[in-house]
Design a protein around this ligand. Structure first.
Ligand code: NDP
Ligand SMILES: O=C1O[C@H](COP(=O)(O)O)[C@@H](O)[C@H](O)[C@H]1O
Length: 515
């Protein structure tokens, strides 16, 4: 097995502050069962099992204490499940890879059953208990992690079944936790209803609402950049920053997911969750400490300071050909592109537009945060036309942090040019593997660290921002503008950007360095 790239923490330190006080001093000694519900599905094979495999390879999941269970209605054998996921466990040619894959697959036991009857869950509980017994796990000390790789429509009933049939006794440091995937509802009301249903059965410290953007390396770097660098402290405010863009672009459409996507649209799929979470980290005040509750308190505060969205600060688009998908209705009004300006009503950000932009079937694939500074007052070099200072955090691909700045053009003349200070991860951290978002987040759930998970009040505040706009779109009061696949999206979005104050740098573009 490959050696861990991260420091392996001692088991005694696995429990974080976000976990209930009542278990605080009980050491974790029992074995761990990870149950992937919806194991036959797309997310499970593409993300959940590969993340578990990577954790296993790095030594974070030890075969003498962990067992993995797949659960779904599809009737397949352990081997058939193994064959479905094998191809997604990486094609690493490194020594021992195929041996690791085989050993990992041996850790997985598949149980077939329905989501709404006790029979299947009782069988699942029996299998888990047998594993716990085989591992000599003392009663009440074993840990059960249920990962919901399932459509949210079945979350409430599955929660009920777990609560009824599969709970671990937690008297001796053991626990039962659930990890739920987005979308958490479709609007404020449905989300609150879902939260209430789950909340009746599980305590908040047991619920991990996953937003995989919070597991991305450079998203996790935001707090460090902002609060561990003197540079940024005095600059990070309305006096210096003109506008902030948080951008997600994909160069492919909704292929194969049209049915799901059409019900949700780009605002629910990307902006209300992933981009808004990033906004929180860019805009929140410094938390009292790094304790999950302190961080999440600050995120809630900034979300609650967002003003109602104005229709004139929204541009919606739908790519041509989107409705050709047989699973998409012919007259669909669902946006596949949106630019939305958010305004934060507080002392730090009053007047600074936060421009959230997301689109499918565009001309490139990237996600980034772009902080544009104001012009230099009394500019003696007349360099305004060349471009403003920008601080860019490239989340993907080619993770990088760079600052666009004005320098003297090398040579005999005193002329200025745009250049950059560049921290490109591929170059600076050669040979370092950046963990997948799901890998980190699953590890956090095992450690009981909720810092990178969405708290119930945070979710509510997020839906409060977008629900009125979403209802106007759902009612057909706002229409998406058609755009060509492979383009930048509707031209109106660039016009909105300019109106909000963004000044595009012409004649200069940052190119990720190659080795
Ligand atoms: N796929 C992705 O890339 C991403 C998915 N997600 C979220 O993860 C969750 C799972 O997604 P994904 O794997 O794509 O979903 P799937 O449609 O593949 O569903 C997962 C499994 O759930 C069962 N299932 C499907 N539809 C229903 C239904 N109507 N009622 C009961 N069971 C059903 C099926 O298993 P069986 O019939 O065998 O029981 C299926 O294999 C969703 O909440 C999704 O929004 C989030 C981010 C990305
Ligand atoms: O949650 C989702 O995210 C993916 C994009 O994730 P990324 O990590 O590749 O940026 C998106 O394609 C999908 O529509 C959405 O549901």
């Amino acid at each position: 097995m490959g050696s861990g790239q991260w420091l392996m923490e001692k088991r005694s330190s696995f429990r974080s502050d976000s976990f209930s006080k009542e278990y605080e001093n009980v050491p974790e000694t029992g074995c761990l069962s990870i149950i992937v519900l919806g194991a036959s599905g797309d997310l499970a094979k593409k993300k959940t099992f590969p993340a578990l495999f990577n954790l296993y390879r790095q030594g974070f999941l030890q075969s003498n204490e962990v067992h993995i269970f797949g659960y779904a209605r599809t009737k397949i054998s352990d081997d058939e499940l193994g064959n479905r996921i094998r191809g997604y466990l990486g094609k690493d040619a490194s020594p021992g890879h195929s041996e690791d894959v085989s050993k990992f697959l041996q850790l997985i036991k598949y149980v077939s059953g329905s989501y709404d009857t006790e029979e299947g869950f009782k069988l699942l509980d029996k299998e888990i208990s047998e594993h716990e017994l085989a591992k000599n796990s003392a009663e009440g000390s074993s840990r059960r992690l249920f990962y919901f790789a399932l459509p949210p429509s079945v979350y409430p009933i599955v929660c009920k079944m777990i609560k009824k049939c599969c709970m671990n006794k937690s008297d001796f440091g053991g626990w039962t936790r659930i990890v739920v995937e987005k979308p958490f509802g479709k609007d404020l009301e449905s989300s609150e209803q879902l939260s209430a249903q789950i909340g009746e059965l599980f305590e908040e410290p047991q619920i991990y609402r996953i937003d995989h953007y919070l597991g991305k390396e450079l998203v996790q770097n935001m707090l460090v950049l902002r609060f561990a660098n003197r540079f940024f402290l005095p600059l990070w405010n309305r006096d210096n920053i003109d506008n902030v863009q948080i951008v997600f672009r994909e160069d492919f459409g909704t292929e194969g997911r049209g049915g799901y996507f059409d019900e949700y649209g780009i605002i629910r799929d990307i902006i209300q969750n992933h981009l808004l979470q990033v906004l929180c980290l860019v805009a929140m005040e410094k938390p009292i400490s790094l304790k999950p509750e302190h961080i999440r308190d600050e995120k809630v505060k900034v979300l609650q300071s967002v003003l109602p969205i104005k229709d004139e600060e929204v541009v919606l688009g739908q790519y041509e050909g989107y409705r050709d998908d047989p699973t998409v209705p012919d007259h669909s009004n669902t946006p596949t592109f949106a630019t939305v300006v958010l305004r934060i009503h507080n002392e730090r950000w009053e007047g600074v537009p936060f421009i959230l932009k997301a689109g499918k079937a565009l001309n490139s694939r990237k996600a980034e945060i772009r902080v544009q500074f104001k012009d230099v007052p009394g500019d003696i070099f007349k360099c305004k036309k060349q471009g403003r200072n920008e601080f860019v955090i490239r989340l993907q691909p080619s993770e990088a942090i760079y600052m666009k700045l004005t320098v003297k053009q090398p040579g005999l003349e005193m002329s200025t040019a745009q250049s950059e200070l560049d921290l490109s991860y591929g170059q600076r951290y050669q040979g370092v593997t950046i963990p997948e978002a799901y890998e980190r987040l699953i590890l956090d759930t095992i450690r009981g660290d909720q810092q990178h998970f969405v708290r119930r009040d945070e979710l509510k505040a997020a839906w409060e921002i977008f629900t009125p706009l979403l209802h106007r779109i759902d009612n057909g009061e706002m229409k998406p503008i058609p755009y060509e696949p492979g383009s930048r999206g509707p031209a109106e979005a660039d016009q909105l950007l300019a109106k909000a104050g963004y000044v595009q740098t012409h004649g200069y573009i940052w190119i990720p360095p190659t080795l």
